[in-house]
Design a protein around this ligand. Sequence first.
Ligand code: FES
Length: 264
Amino acid sequence: ARPALIADALKRASARPSGNWFVVAASREVRTGGPPFGRTVGGAEVVLWRSAAGELHAGPGICPHLGAPLRESRVVCGTLVCHWHGLALDGGPFAGWEPYPAYDDGVLVWVRLDAVGGEEPTRRPVVPRRPAAGGALDAVCTTEGRCEPQDVVANRLDPWHGAWFHPYSFVDLTVIRAPRGEDDDAFVVDVSFRVTRRCVVPVRAEFTAPGPRTVVMRIAEGEGAGSVVETHATPLTGGADERPRTTVIEAVVAASDRPGFALA
Ligand code: FES
């Protein structure tokens, strides 16, 4: 590993604007007709749900009446109904409850939290380039780490760590090109993914950080070219917390020229 190189790349990533957007869930986790979805972001409770027509709503996860946790409430015909005393929220402003801007990019759901982000807000999040939706498959997994979001970004930006710490997944890793600065800020690596003990798939991949909490691995050449693995690090705890925790949401959006891939 080359710590100075990673530190410089992390510094540049941290300086990129996020517009105060945070990834909170997979799109399919917030279902039309389903229960509300709750996530803690930067110490703030957030609740999300969908209207009967599928429109995404988000706002503070605490009921403005007497503080019930809204993630435990019910959605009735697209309206969030508090399970303590029945206050109904249709997604619009209510006394003591202001909705948050929310965005569904088709794979992930984002919420804009200006008080947590503290940056200049933007109308939309920075969504990484992905394979076209029609021919691609996606999967999202969520884990939690006892660290800061920046630790997750530094870890994912470090191409050497994959071969050292995950030899069961990666073999023959060679860094072809390290970042050269803001205008050419990608790690390019040749690596083989281990499918079985004896079967590996060699690809050329590039790692970039389009935002302060996002790292994207894109397959540039080889099997599945254009496919991406996005890592989104969303702070779970607030800035003053002595034991920071981060929600790590990883999305794989895979494409392949193989016949029948999209039907798999
Ligand atoms: S706490 Fe929600 S309606 Fe009373």
